[in-house]
Design a protein around this ligand. Structure first.
Ligand code: AMP
Ligand code: ZN
Length: 465
């Protein structure tokens, strides 16, 4: 299998540390808000990688963290902890916030058929691990205490910018308007443990050799990864925004702690963008998978849309693009549902198609070409129904589009009409045209369709007699 490695900036042969075994780590969500569909695109990318590795016969162990403490508003160490922001916004405890948004995340994650990682661990569950690593880093002089906090000294780590291939012109927080932290020896240094500077009103605090405080964001992924997957990691991934500073800092602290190279392949997914250029959880209404579903879309139409483009290319999300993807996905399901089991499974043809499909996935996960093999198969008059269906079932182990599931919800034309009306009503409400909004609601009610307003948008149900 060939995979692009951010570390070497090349598509490389994938050779795991231990033959046939893969240790894979995915940076999890910061659970201070709903995960938007951009975040979910990233996890679909990871899911395709995980499923492909399994399809190719590797034994894969995969871990993911849940960031429930320490990720500050800026990816540098400035601003409040995002969990604190949410706690104040919603007047709940940090743990309540974390539980609510972790559940919401996995709910949406599963709706797009992403497989749960073998290990899912919240940052707050592994404090002892971070303390052990930070103590070791201080002992070895890679870390220092200043102004009460513990910092990693980036000047002590050779090749700190290895992941970005840039030199020191890339500085934490450079994109934000920040005042320099005078406790740092070098501007690129980052916090391993916060005690004094970010102490005010912070709800979650733990005892440590450096005083009561809480861990920085980067140390959690190092801690969780080493604790659950060991000292040698094969693949570590996230979205492209994680390359710097998050993954850059993870490499510096992990390798300084371990005393040897840590992760071989760095896997990064490009962003899903909207017409404004960037999706963000802090922007008004958050576009979630549940929101799409409440607007009559099948969440798997979104997965299908993601698979149509390469994970290393930006993907533009618009309503029209999704409607278009759903249309093609619907037609695909319809075609497959018309295939009848007839004839015997032809092993040679089966192997031939599986081989073609694999070749595209092995080429840095070329999912759109893998999908085109499916279309080629559907058109192939020399393949009988039984063989076709058995091949499609096999493809679906990676694509996970419920291709042969007769229960897959295919939105009907009526769903489409309702969706348009819901959008009109939302627009009317936004413009404070409540008369129009009520009219749409009542018209639908007369037709036996009840609208349900939820926090994530409006869904509907058919009223039974
Ligand atoms: P967060 O919850 O902000 O920590 O983000 C969770 C994951 O989603 C991270 O790995 C990010 O790199 C990734 N991510 C953030 N925004 C986008 C986006 N617009 N498209 C794809 N992935 C994203
Ligand atoms: Zn991480």
């Amino acid at each position: 299998m060939k995979l692009y490695n951010t570390l070497t900036r090349k598509v490389e042969d994938f050779i795991p540390h231990e033959e046939n075994k893969v240790k894979m780590y995915t940076c999890g969500p910061t659970v201070y808000h709903y995960a938007h569909i951009g975040n979910i695109r990233n996890y679909i990318g990871h899911d395709i990688l995980y499923r492909t590795l399994k399809f190719l016969g590797y034994e894969v162990t995969r871990a993911m963290n849940i960031t429930d403490v320490g990720h500050l508003v800026s990816d540098g160490d400035t601003g409040d902890d995002k969990m604190e922001v949410a706690r104040k916004r919603e007047n709940k405890s940090s743990m309540e916030i974390a539980k609510y948004y972790t559940d919401a995340f996995f709910n949406d994650y599963k709706k797009v058929n992403c497989i749960m990682p073998d290990i899912v661990s919240p940052a707050t569950d592994n404090i002892d691990e971070y303390i052990k690593i930070i103590t070791n880093l201080i002992d070895k002089d890679f870390a220092y205490i200043s102004g009460g906090n513990v910092y990693f000294d980036t000047s002590k780590f050779n090749n700190y910018y290895c992941l970005t291939n840039q030199d020191s012109n890339l500085v934490v927080g450079a994109r934000e308007d920040v005042t320099a932290d005078s406790n740092k020896r070098n501007q690129a240094d980052f916090v391993l443990w916060f005690t004094t500077s970010k102490f005010e009103n912070h709800e979650l605090l733990w005892d440590s050799p450096w005083g009561k405080g809480y861990p920085g964001w980067h140390i959690e992924c190092t801690g969780i990864s080493i604790k659950y997957l060991g000292e040698y990691l094969d693949i570590h991934g996230g979205g492209v925004d994680n390359i710097f500073p998050h993954h850059t800092n993870e490499i510096a602290q992990s390798e300084s702690y371990l005393g040897h190279k840590w992760c071989k392949y760095w896997f990064h997914n490009e962003h899903l963008i909207d017409e404004s250029g960037k999706m963000s959880k802090s922007k008004g209404e958050i576009l979630t998978v549940s929101y799409l579903e409440n607007h009559g879309f099948n969440p798997l139409s979104f997965r299908f849309m993601c698979l149509g483009s390469h994970y290393r290319k930006q993907l533009l999300f618009t309503n029209d693009n999704l409607i278009h993807a759903e249309d093609i996905y619907k037609k695909l399901l319809k075609k497959i549902s018309n295939i009848k089991e007839e004839g015997n499974n032809d092993k040679n043809i089966f192997d031939l198609y599986i081989e073609k499909f694999k070749t595209h996935l092995e080429n840095d996960l070329n999912t759109s070409n893998a999908l085109s093999v499916l279309y080629e198969l559907l058109k192939d008059n020399n393949v009988n129904g039984t063989t076709k269906l058995s091949i499609i079932k096999e493809f679906d182990k990676v694509l996970a589009l419920d291709l042969c599931d007769s229960n897959t919800k295919i939105p009907t034309e009526l769903d489409d009409e309702i969706r348009v009306l819901i959008n009109k009503r939302t627009e009317a409400k936004k413009n404070k045209n409540f008369e129009e909004a009520d009219r749409i609601r009542n018209d639908l009610l007369e037709k036996g369709i009840k609208l349900i307003d939820t926090r994530e948008g409006t869904s509907y149900e058919f009223i039974k007699d």
